[in-house]
Design a protein around this ligand. Structure first.
Ligand SMILES: Cc1cc2nc3c(=O)[nH]c(=O)nc-3n(C[C@H](O)[C@H](O)[C@H](O)COP(=O)(O)O)c2cc1C
Length: 415
C-alpha cells in the first residue's frame, strides 16, 4: 500500500525520517512531500536516501511546461497514487491551512486533492497546541474523519513541559497500519442537501411559562451527525435542547412551532431530503400574554389552538424530495406510522416506541425521547415494515439513511 508522507516545518521534522523507515518496515511504499519550512529542519536527501524515491518539495518545480505535462500535475498524481496521507509533524500552520482549505504549496494542494485516509500527527509548543485556534482546528479535522495520533507530553525542544511532543514514530506507523485496515466511511450522501428538524418546541403561556414536551433532540442531532459524516450538506432546525451543535451542520435554532414551520419552509427549495424528527407541539396559545400571569384561587383554563401541520404541508409540496417523518406513539405504533405515511404523503415514517416516558426513571433504561438508544420500525411507501432492533441513536440514524437511499432507488426503478 502507498503512503504519502507530508513533512511540516517543525523541530520534530527529523523524526519523520524514522517514521519513513517505520512505515517501510510495515510494508508501505513511502513517497515524501516536504513543505518549504520542513527543508529548514531536514534535507530532502535524507528522505530520498531512505525511501529510494524522489522527494517532492515545490508546487511549481517543473523546469518547463513540457515537463509538467510529461510528469502529470504532481499534487494530483501524489493524491491519486497514495491510499493514505500521513502528516508528521503536522504543524499548527498546516492544521490551520487544512482546516480552511488553503492550498498554497505542494502539501496543502495534495491534501485538498486527496480522497483517501488522512493521518495527522501534530507537534508543537504546548501553548500553540492549547491555543483555542489549534483546538478548534483539531475539532474540525477530527470531524472530517481524519485519524489523529495525539502528541505526547514531556519536555519540549522549547524548554516547556506539557503536551505537544510528536508521538513516537513506531506509534504513528502502527496507527497508519491500523487505519489502512479500517474501511473508509461511506460518502453515499455526497451531493444531498438534507433538512433535519429536531427537539421539542416551546409554546408560550405567558411571559415566563410555556408548554413543551420531553423530546431531547438526540435523535435529530444523531441524524445530522450521520448525514454530515456521509457527505451531505445538512441544515438542522432545532427547538431548544441541551446538545452541542453538530460539527459541519448549519444550525438554525427556533423556539415555537410557528418558527419551526417558517424555518423549514424557507429552506425547503434547497433540500433533496427532509427528515422531520422534531416533536412539534400540536397546540399553542395564539396570543400569549407577555406578562407573567398572577396566581389566583380560581381555576385556569388555557384556550389552545392547533398548530400548523408542518409534515402535511411538506407532503403536499415535496415534489421529488424524500420526506421522512417520525411517529412517536405509545400504542399501535405500526398502524399509526402507516396512517401518518399515507395521510401526510411521506416516503418513510420512523415509528418510535415511547411507552416508557410516563416513568420518571425512564431515561435510564428506556428508548425514545430522552434516551441515547432507540428501537424503531421503519414503514415505507413501498409497503415495507422494517423493524430496527434497539441500538444507539447514531446507529439508528445510519439505518434510516441506508433504507432511505435504498427506497429512493426502488421508487425510481418502479416509475
Ligand atoms: C526553530 C523552530 C522550531 C519550530 N517548531 C515548530 C513546531 O514544532 N511546530 C509548529 O507547529 N511550528 C513550529 N515552528 C514554526 C513553523 O516553522 C512555522 O509556523 C512554519 O510556517 C510552518 O510551515 P509549514 O506549516 O509549511 O510546515 C518552528 C519554527 C522555528 C523557527
Amino acid at each position: 500500500m502507498n503512503v504519502a508522507l507530508g513533512v511540516g516545518g517543525g523541530i520534530a521534522a527529523y523524526k519523520a525520517a524514522e517514521l519513513a523507515r517505520a512505515l517501510m518496515e510495515r510494508g508501505f511504499t513511502v513517497e515524501v512531500v516536504m513543505t518549504r519550512a520542513a527543508e529548514e529542519f531536514i534535507r530532502p536527501l535524507t528522505f530520498a536516501a531512505l525511501t529510494g524515491r524522489k522527494v517532492h518539495t515545490h508546487l511549481f518545480s517543473a523546469a518547463s511546461a513540457e515537463d509538467t505535462l510529461a510528469s502529470a500535475i504532481e499534487h494530483i498524481r501524489v493524491a491519486q497514487e497514495n491510499q493514505l496521507l500521513v502528516v508528521a509533524p503536522a504543524t499548527a500552520d498546516l492544521l490551520a491551512k487544512f482546516t480552511h482549505g488553503l492550498a498554497d504549496d505542494l502539501l496543502t494542494t495534495t491534501y485538498l486533492a486527496f480522497t483517501g485516509t488522512v493521518v495527522l500527527a501534530p507537534a508543537m509548543n504546548t501553548n500553540m497546541w492549547n491555543h483555542p485556534a489549534s483546538q478548534t482546528n483539531m475539532q474540525v479535522l477530527r470531524g472530517r474523519g481524519h485519524v489523529v495520533v495525539e502528541p505526547g507530553e514531556g519536555l519540549l525542544a522549547c524548554g516547556m513541559i506539557g503536551p505537544g511532543r510528536l508521538a513516537e514514530p513506531d506509534q504513528i506507523a502502527d496507527a497508519v497500519l491500523a487505519a489502512s485496515k479500517t474501511k473508509k466511511p461511506r460518502r453515499d450522501l455526497d451531493g444531498e442537501t438534507i433538512l433535519i428538524t429536531a427537539g421539542p418546541t416551546q409554546e408560550p403561556i405567558d411571559g415566563v411559562r410555556y408548554l413543551s414536551n420531553r423530546s431531547s433532540g438526540k435523535m435529530g442531532y444523531a441524524l445530522a451527525e450521520e448525514a454530515v459524516a456521509r457527505g451531505a450538506r445538512v441544515t438542522l432546525i432545532s427547538g431548544p435542547v441541551n446538545l452541542p451543535a453538530p460539527l459541519g451542520a448549519t444550525l438554525v435554532p427556533v423556539r415555537t412551532a410557528l418558527e419551526m414551520r417558517q424555518a423549514v419552509m424557507d429552506r425547503l427549495s434547497e433540500a433533496t431530503i427532509v427528515v422531520k424528527a422534531a416533536a412539534v407541539a400540536d397546540y399553542h396559545i395564539p396570543n400569549p400574554s407577555k406578562q407573567k400571569m398572577k396566581k389566583t384561587a380560581a381555576r385556569l383554563s388555557l384556550d389552545l389552538e392547533p398548530t400548523p401541520d408542518i409534515l402535511a404541508e411538506l407532503g403536499a409540496k415535496k415534489g421529488d424530495r424524500l420526506l421522512i417523518g417520525f411517529a412517536a406513539e405509545t400504542d399501535n405504533m405500526v398502524e399509526e406510522a402507516r396512517r401518518k405515511l399515507q395521510q401526510k404523503n411521506c416516503d418513510m415514517v420512523v415509528g418510535n416506541v415511547v411507552s416508557h416516558v410516563v416513568s420518571h426513571v425512564a431515561s435510564q433504561q428506556g428508548t425514545g425521547f430522552e434516551s441515547d438508544e432507540n428501537e424503531v420500525v421503519l414503514v415505507t411507501r413501498a409497503g415495507e415494515t422494517i423493524p430496527v432492533a434497539r441500538a444507539s441513536k447514531r446507529a439508528i440514524a445510519g439505518r434510516i439513511f441506508d433504507e432511505a437511499m435504498r427506497l429512493r432507488l426502488a421508487l425510481h426503478a418502479s416509475r
